[in-house]
Design a protein around this ligand. Structure first.
Ligand code: PLP
Ligand code: MN
Length: 371
């Protein structure tokens, strides 16, 4: 980690060095509040996905506004949040291998820890690790509700696995993971609703098959920023795992919003400087793909529809402009990243800005936590 910081608290926001990951605190807080409002009065709770931010300061604010806790994808991320005092953590992943299980189990002394399984072979090693550390782990059956990534087939296969978990010492069958990833970025609300209707059907069939074995299904969890209003209104889901809603990246901005959808706003920006104007057709900025991930497409230039971020190299970004006079050497731009999660993972801290000042630097403490 470089000891250099882009800014210090109290600095003028106009003096932040680049590239820097800037959080607009007012917009971020409005997004937090919009999610809390969207769930208020329902039986559905937020279990915020911390893969998006990897930042304990943010997790604490989500819990303060009513989140039951967080989810994360990696055991090493869970360790960071457990150390930061987050009391309820679900690793929304299968955890394979002794090295990981040895690290996962003791976390259950600091926090309630949940984990997913989608194969009978995963159950015994989890039980052994829980027993070796004298803890209980919450275990969820992951059901393939349409994403075709991980997860057992809905119905009987889910019930067989639930029975194995319920019978295993050290494990508590906690419910079903029913996340539909590809549904999140279906562009229209009608397509997203159709995908989640089908996910709900798969979840309900699994729920019924498990109850028919005399095992209670305490919780059905899933959903993301794109689809969550559907899971919220389904009567099937108990928890919403949205993550990106706090930042709203460009890819999510490209979804069209229906009347039920929540109007989250862009709050995360990559601040960048024009460092070369060697030709009239292009301006070169100091934020390339090591500053803003391009797996979900190029960033856009905030409040500059006349500019197009055309291409990303490692440390160079190419801005195309029809008007050669539109950008000068030293100009500062703010990019809306294509995909927030991998972009956040490129930085050591969020530079939090309000009313033209740097209010705080929040460590992205689980940055690079890959194990
Ligand atoms: N839950 C799981 C298991 C995920 O993998 C993801 C994102 O990939 C989410 C929830 C939702 O995240 P987001 O709201 O950022 O789309
Ligand atoms: Mn993502």
């Amino acid at each position: 980690m470089s000891p250099w910081k882009a800014a210090q608290p109290g600095d003028d926001a106009g003096a932040i060095d680049t590239p820097a990951l800037v959080l607009d605190l007012d917009a971020f807080e409005r997004n937090l509040q919009r999610m809390a409002d969207a769930l208020r009065g329902t039986k559905v709770r937020l279990r915020a996905h911390a893969k998006s931010h990897k930042c304990p300061e943010i997790a604490k604010r989500q819990v303060a506004l009513g989140a039951v806790g967080i989810c994360c994808q990696k055991v090493s991320e869970a360790a960071v949040f457990a150390d930061a005092g987050i009391a309820d953590i679900l690793v929304t992943n299968q955890v394979m291998g002794e090295a990981k299980l040895r690290r996962l189990a003791p976390l259950a002394r600091k926090a309630r820890i949940g984990v997913l399984v989608d194969d009978a072979l995963q159950v015994q090693p989890l039980a052994a690790a829980a027993q070796a550390h004298d803890v209980t782990l919450d275990v969820y059956v992951e059901v393939d509700v349409g994403a075709h990534r991980c997860g057992v087939a809905p119905g009987e296969a889910a019930a067989r696995l639930a029975r194995d978990i319920a019978a295993a010492p050290g494990l508590r069958f906690a419910g079903l993971q029913c996340y539909h990833g590809p549904a999140q970025h279906l562009r229209t609300p009608v397509e997203r609703k159709a995908a989640i209707d089908s996910a709900c059907d798969a979840a309900t069939r699994s729920h019924k098959a498990i109850e028919a074995c005399g095992i209670a299904v305490e919780r059905i969890t899933g959903a993301g920023t794109g689809s969550f209003v559907n899971e919220r209104d389904s009567g099937v889901f108990d928890e919403i795992q949205a993550g990106s809603y706090i930042f709203l990246d460009r890819d999510y901005g490209d979804n069209t919003r229906g009347p039920n959808d929540v109007a989250f706003e862009h709050a995360l920006f990559v601040r960048t400087t024009v460092m070369s104007r060697a030709t009239d057709a292009f301006a070169i900025v100091d934020a390339g793909l090591k500053a803003s991930s391009v797996d979900s497409g190029m960033p856009t230039v905030w409040q500059r529809p006349d500019l197009r971020y055309a291409k990303a190299a490692d440390e160079h970004g190419v801005i195309a402009t029809a008007d050669a006079g539109a950008l000068a050497l030293g100009d500062v731009l703010h990019l809306v990243p294509g995909h927030c999660d991998p972009t956040v993972n490129l930085y050591d801290e969020l530079v939090c800005v309000r009313a033209g000042r740097v209010e705080a630097l929040w460590p992205i403490a689980a940055r690079g936590a890959l194990l």
